[in-house]
Each structure stands twice: as structure tokens, then as C-alpha cells.
Design a protein around this ligand. Structure first.
Ligand code: UTP
Length: 290
């Protein structure tokens, strides 16, 4: 496969977020605040730190706040100026200047695979990244940068994976790896949410992918599966049948912030690491009689 630079990332953010109801009834889960930034800003910052310049966000019903967050707010800036709080403006501007943002609306949440297919016309003939808007990965080398560094040496589709407990495999796509060199696993195939007995490994697919445009041909042929959704896993299996594909074991602490417990864990850990709040927050936690 010819190596091309990866400059585009798709962030599917059109899901209903049912695990987080009722908060997601009228607000996107991607806008839930993790300390002082919405979840999706962490994901965008990770992509930008990996060299991504164009961010394509898949949105849907009730997701307007995401577009507003990454846009310039002239009214807010005006009010900040009038009230002597203009020191906030550079930080706010930085959010909208990080990358080129574009938005595609997925008219109905027909699955992650379908959400990705909505971006086909903006990707063209280049490899691209996919980051899930509620998967937070914390490491000194951003997760996507780790994967792009591998891709530079091994230009092939790469799926981010991490080890999970036996008791958790039924919540994830699990890879069946043929051959392993360090943290890179050549994928035979993937199984969506297997029982612990059927799971071929403990390596679970997490929300980071480096993909090639052929995935769109696979997605176009993919029939709706579980919950009548077009599953990305089915298309990845079709791709793995004729392309070498790898699972890369991402380094870092990963939080499924679209899940209530995962979100609370991320809040505590990121709160403790926060330069201005960490000390006071730690003192508060220590004082709790648990
Ligand atoms: P999830 O499996 O987390 O689904 O989707 P969800 O609907 O967002 O949340 P729950 O499970 O109901 O609580 C994984 C990612 O794919 C996106 C979601 O926004 C999330 O980032 N997605 C999912 C779409 O963009 N469109 C879809 O049709 C489904």
C-alpha cells in the first residue's frame, strides 16, 4: 500500500447516547464537561496533536451545541470585551482555529458504519483517521499519534485495541490475531461482542482507527445487522479478507466516557491531573470517609 500522509479525521457523534439518558435527551453526550472542556474537545485536540488538519464531525438530531462550540462566537466575545473579561478570548479563539471543521448530518442513527459512510464524499482517495467522540485516552503521546507513527512504518489499516478483562469482552469488538510483533497484531478477523468462551483474545477494539477508502465499498455492501444498524465491524471483517490489517495496542488510560461509570472515572482522574484544581481536589477526596 502506498503511504500517504493522514490529514483528515472523522468523528462520528450522531449516536443517541442512550446509556446516558436522561442527560442526553436534549444535550449531546460529546458535550459533557470533563473538568473544564467538553469530551469532544479532548478528542479533537488529540487528532490535531497527531497532525490532523481537517475534522469531519458526523452530527444528528440535538447536536447543534457541537457546531457552536467549535465556531467563533462573536456575541460572546463582544460581551466579554464589554465586561472587562477579554482575557478569555484567545483561549476561545484557539478552539475554532485548531483545525478546519466540517459537519455532516446523519439523518437517522443507523449505526457507526452508516455514520462513517456519510463522510465518504469528503474523504476522497486518502487514508484517514476515525476517533469516537466519547472515548478519552490519556497518554503523554496522544493515542492517534502513536498509531500514525506505526502507520508511517507499516502503511496498512490499523485499529486501536486494548486488553480488557474476561468479564468485559462481551461489551466490545474482539480481534482474532494471527501474528504479533510487539504491540502490533495482524488481524485474522473481528468478532462483535462475543461471550467470554467464544472470545479469541482479550484485545478489544477501542475508538481509534486508521482506515483506507476501500472501507466505503465494504460499508456500501454491508447489510444492517444487530439493532438494524450498519456495523463497522462487519465492513472491517470484509476488508481484512483482502487487505493486511493490524490491531495496535494503544498505550494510555482509556475511559468510555459515554458510559456513566467511565465518565465518573475520567472526571476523577482528569480532575486530579488538572494543574489548577488537582491539589484541592485531591485534598477533598482524601477527606471523604469512604
Ligand atoms: P455508541 O455505541 O456509543 O452508541 O456509538 P451511542 O448511540 O452514541 O450511545 P449508547 O450506546 O446509545 O449509549 C459509538 C460512536 O458512534 C457514534 C456515536 O456518537 C459514538 O461516538 N454513532 C453511533 C453515530 O455517529 N451514529 C450512529 O448511528 C451510531
Amino acid at each position: 500500500m502506498r503511504r500517504q500522509q493522514i490529514t483528515k479525521a472523522v468523528i462520528p457523534a450522531a449516536g443517541l447516547g442512550t446509556r446516558f439518558l436522561p442527560v442526553t435527551k436534549a444535550s449531546p453526550k460529546e458535550m459533557l464537561p470533563l473538568v473544564d472542556k467538553p469530551l469532544i474537545q479532548y478528542v479533537v485536540e488529540e487528532a490535531v496533536a497527531a497532525g490532523i488538519r481537517q475534522i469531519i464531525i458526523i452530527t444528528g438530531r440535538g447536536k447543534r451545541a457541537i457546531e457552536d462550540h467549535f465556531d467563533i462566537s462573536f456575541e460572546l466575545e463582544e460581551i466579554l470585551k464589554q465586561t472587562g473579561k477579554e482575557h478569555h478570548i484567545p483561549g476561545l479563539r484557539r478552539i475554532s482555529e485548531m483545525a478546519d471543521f466540517c459537519y455532516i448530518r446523519q439523518s437517522q442513527p443507523q449505526g457507526l458504519g452508516h455514520a462513517l459512510l456519510c463522510a465518504k464524499h469528503l474523504i476522497g482517495d486518502e487514508p484517514f483517521a476515525v476517533l469516537l467522540g466519547d472515548d478519552i485516552i490519556d497518554h503523554s503521546t496522544p493515542a492517534l499519534k502513536q498509531m500514525i507513527d506505526i502507520y508511517e512504518r507499516t502503511p496498512a489499516p490499523i485499529i486501536g485495541v486494548q486488553e480488557v478483562e474476561d468479564s468485559e469482552v462481551h461489551q466490545y469488538g474482539i480481534i482474532d490475531a494471527a501474528q504479533t510483533i510487539d504491540e502490533l497484531h495482524k488481524i485474522n478477523h473481528l468478532i462483535e461482542k462475543p461471550t467470554k468462551e467464544d472470545a479469541p483474545s482479550n484485545l478489544a477494539v477501542i475508538g481509534r482507527y486508521l482506515l483506507i477508502p476501500e472501507i466505503f465499498e465494504m460499508l456500501e455492501k454491508t447489510k444492517p445487522g444487530k439493532n438494524n444498524e450498519i456495523q463497522l465491524t462487519d465492513a472491517l471483517n470484509d476488508l481484512a479478507a483482502f487487505r493486511t490489517m493490524y490491531g495496535y495496542q494503544i498505550k494510555g488510560n482509556r475511559y468510555d466516557a459515554g458510559d456513566k461509570l467511565g465518565f465518573l472515572q475520567a472526571t476523577v482522574e482528569m480532575g486530579l491531573k488538572n494543574p489548577s484544581l488537582g491539589k484541592a481536589f485531591k485534598a477533598y477526596l482524601k477527606g471523604l470517609s469512604l
